[in-house]
Design a binder for this molecule. Sequence first.
Ligand code: NAD
Length: 441
Amino acid sequence: MAVTTAPTTQEKPVATPHFNAFEMAQRQFDHVADQLNLDQPTRDLLRWPLREFHFAIPVRMDDGSVKVFRGFRVQHNDARGPAKGGIRFHPLETVDTVRALATWMTWKCAVVDIPLGGGKGGVICDPHNLSMREQEAICRGWIRQMAKHVGPLEDVPAPDVMTTPQHMLWMLDEYEVIKGGKYPGFITGKPVGMGGSLGRTEATGYGVVYTIREALKDMGLPVAQTTAAVQGFGNVAQYAIRLYQQLGGKVVCASSWDQADQTSYTFRKLSGISADELLSISDKFGGIDKAKAKGLGYEVLPGDKWIEQEVDILIPAALENQVTGENVNRIHAKVKLVAEGANGPTTPEADKVLAARNIFVIPDFLANAGGVTCSYFEQVQSNMNYYWEMEEVLGKLDVKMTSAFLAVSELARRKSLYMRDAAYVIAIDRVAQACRDRGWV
Ligand code: NAD
């Protein structure tokens, strides 16, 4: 049932009418490949994934019927180490989104200099409408299809949008049944106590804030004198809000998806929102209850209002394709910094405007690399079967994120590059070098 395809450079990505994340990832790559004067074989290798798997996952549903879900795994590049990347559950998942995310994982692991490649997986499904038993069956079905092609030394999955530590544990269990042994280093994002690492839940959001802290230092702005607007209220957004506020910053709004209304809303409190308060009225997917929010004194505004706020910092931490050519000009003149918690939130058209307006951008694959860095720590701990204390994990995370940020910002200053380009130059150069060193190109 599993189909393995090695895509060719002739194959064109299937574009949705509005946005194709993989085309965007390729455009970003081409732009930097030109700057680096990359030779043609290296371009052909890095513009496309090394390997792709497209497969069916038949599931016996609770009502007795059988439903067939579509699953993917894309291994973009593994020259620097085993592929690494999350598995998302999303009703609108496409292979091009997965390809883009796998590509960005390659650059992300390279920019923070951890010995891993890039991969990503997904299943077209909506967990909102699935029982836990049905979700377990999807997880186990995904592993049955992929067990031959993933593993601690080949490709290490993790959670992503709408997947959780529980999903990872079901996947690990299925993998260990098939392989007949214990392989805690096969998958990351496991529950703490079952091979998970302390700090993983906080890692991506905290990592975003470590880079914001360093950027503000460069700008000579004390964190306590700054304000921020956040898009999203899931794992990344919640922990970014918490640490930024611990450092003294004020967050005026967060936005979230409303499943019942099939639209998003922005929840604003100009005196400062509270992550704990909003969490107490959120569902497990990060959707905030409108009526309860109003009761707690929040203004409930249209979903896109987060981008117009009069703040110093914007933190898109929901989905890709959110800061676009259409809305970028609605960003307030006060905004000095965009820290991309989400993957691919800014389109190339919007990038041009941000660069022209001199807004400092901490690009996604640098800003949100805390997650994969901590996943790497989890893998190391699982392979050793020895687990570190929280302080040790967060201390090591801060060192990695800060040094990656400083390397990128130093190159950007020295060569007058846009931050995204500087991060790409470092990452692509490291991956291209690994491919050359291995004699692939
Ligand atoms: P999540 O599922 O926990 O949360 C997503 C949040 O975004 C929810 O609050 C949801 O309501 C909100 N949302 C969805 N659509 C929206 C819309 N149109 N407008 C406003 N809000 C909307 O996901 P997450 O783990 O926080 O991931 C968020 C982003 O960060 C994704 O792009 C993901 O790929 C990226 N990322 C996550 C991690 C991680 O460790 N979790 C690591 C790196 C990158």
